[in-house]
Design a protein around this ligand. Structure first.
Ligand code: NOJ
Length: 495
């Protein structure tokens, strides 16, 4: 396998319970994913990232793991996983799995049998809030002590200062590496170690970008030797296995510390995910990221969507304008130097789904007394065909209701339309293979962004006046163009 394949790979995130249901229970599963691999191959992505499919009581939809080395029966079996991996590899697709080392499920046997693996205190020791609302400390009735949970109370944080926890996870990583996975997406990768003195965080706390500026609940120096040891472990395997950290900081220089040469290969960079549709902000995000990462010799990653934030067309204003901008953003994303992450459904231009509170399942809704609606709207299952209510995702009732609009947005209806977002994404992924080299800005004017990489130029009119495209043949455009002019909310690639 090619060395450093991950440097410019396109990873496709599959929220397993929302992708394809093979057994008619309304929940997506591993055989469902397996059956859709040819679609992904044709789309042209390089790798898939599977969100957690391990046994879980589902307090946070699988990010509360009760057993790290098995498959939840609702999602399949280990044999199903092996079959999925074998098929993916046969199609030239790499597979990374999600590892959740910051916390376990409260139902993990360790919580009762190995309490010393967790973070405890006799009193509530500090002001740390749970990311999902309320305090980060809960009383354990059995012991009369408080345990830490940066997320839901059903997700107790592990104490990484205990070396036994290191050994447990080494075994877990080996288990999946031995099965042949191409790497891991590491959940809350910056959060594993806490300040040993559990000092207060500065208030006010960030609401949207979790922990983006935290100091003591996350980002302790002890995390770096851990990742060096994980990297050494991954490097003992063939095939260039990759470690991708979910490192959530607003300052890319802090992210860069995690991708120094002997640590993780990649870390998510959420600067675009938190940027409004504004040319100056986007340009600053790109420049800041590239300069911070090149200082440590790392490659950038780019993300506009994932299972934790509202869908892009909705974030960018909704309706026809939102979709236009999301299509332009897709061409921007896929032209940038480095690795790109596409969230399942982004290639269809799916909008955030409207849901009744009674249908919502994300713990954030209840933990914040309804003040925050939670993340269900971006987790609505993938529409494969035109007919509801299951839209080819399931023959049963889908675990979240799917809106009627998903029929026209389904992959089947977009297949038949050469102007669809799916067709645009496929074409971009094909042409992307020709892109190479560093990014060089071309100055166009206010509200616009343009850069070249080798022989290809990407131009985006964010919200400026229509402008004349630079010289070259238009090879791809997010909107039909007239007179070689790029209107607001459109992007084009030229050669
Ligand atoms: C980040 C994951 O992306 C999110 O879905 C999850 O709730 C938290 N980590 C806690 O595991």
């Amino acid at each position: 396998m090619a060395a450093e394949w991950w440097r410019d790979a396109v990873f496709y995130e599959i929220y397993v319970r929302s992708f394809a249901d093979s057994d008619g229970d309304g929940l997506g599963d591993l055989p469902g994913v397996r059956s859709r691999l040819p679609y992904l191959r044709e789309l042209g992505v390089d790798a898939i990232w599977l969100t957690p499919f391990y046994p879980t009581p589902d307090a946070d939809h699988g990010y509360d793991v009760a057993d790290y080395v098995d498959v939840d029966l609702r999602f399949g079996t280990l044999a199903d996983f092996d079959a999925l991996l074998a098929d993916a590899h046969a199609l030239g697709l790499r597979v990374i799995v999600d590892i959740v080392p910051n916390h376990t499920s409260i139902a993990h046997p360790w919580f009762r049998e190995r309490p010393e693996y967790y973070v405890w205190s006799d009193e509530v020791p500090n002001n740390w809030p749970s990311v999902f609302g309320g305090p980060a400390w809960s009383l354990d009735e059995r012991t009369g002590r408080y345990y830490l949970h940066l997320f839901a109370p059903e997700q107790p944080d592990l104490d990484w200062h205990n070396e036994a926890v290191w050994h447990e996870f080494e075994r877990i990583l080996r288990f999946w590496l031995d099965r042949g996975v191409d790497g891991f997406r590491i959940d809350v990768a910056h959060g594993l170690f806490k300040d040993p003195e559990l000092r207060d965080e500065r208030e006010p706390f960030p609401v949207t970008a979790f922990s983006s500026d935290w100091r003591s609940a996350v980002d302790q120096p002890e995390v770096h030797p851990l990742y060096r040891s994980w990297r050494r472990l991954a490097d003992t395997y063939d095939g260039d296995r990759v470690l991708v950290g979910e490192v959530v900081f607003s300052d890319p220089k802090r992210i860069a510390q995690y991708v120094r040469r002997d640590e993780l290969q990649l870390a998510f960079n959420f600067t675009l995910l938190f940027a409004p549709w504004d040319a100056e902000t986007i340009r600053r995000a790109i420049d800041g990221t590239l300069s911070a990462l090149s200082d440590v010799g790392a490659t950038a990653t780019w993300v506009f969507e994932n299972h934790d934030v509202p869908r892009l067309p909705t974030r960018f204003g909704g309706g026809a304008d939102g979709l236009r901008r999301a299509r332009a953003a897709l061409l921007l994303l896929l032209a940038l130097p480095g690795a790109a992450f596409v969230y399942a459904g982004q290639e269809l231009g799916l909008e955030e789904g409207e849901l009744d509170d009674a249908d919502r399942q994300d713990p954030i809704l209840a933990r914040t007394g309804g003040a925050r609606k939670g993340r269900d709207g971006c987790r609505i299952p993938f529409p494969w065909s035109v007919e509801g209510p299951g839209f080819g995702f399931t023959t049963a009732a889908p675990w979240l209701p799917m809106p009627a609009s998903f029929g026209v947005l389904s992959s089947a209806s977009q297949e038949a339309d050469s102007a669809s977002t799916l067709a645009l994404c496929r074409a971009a992924l094909r042409i992307r293979r020709e892109l190479g080299g560093a990014l060089q800005w071309v100055e166009i004017g206010p509200g616009a962004l343009a850069f070249t990489r080798a022989s290809v130029t990407c131009a985006v009119n964010v919200d400026g006046e229509p402008f004349e495209l630079p010289d070259g043949e238009v090879v791809l455009a997010s909107e039909p163009l007239s007179d070689n002019r790029l209107p607001a909310g459109a992007a084009a690639w030229l050669r």
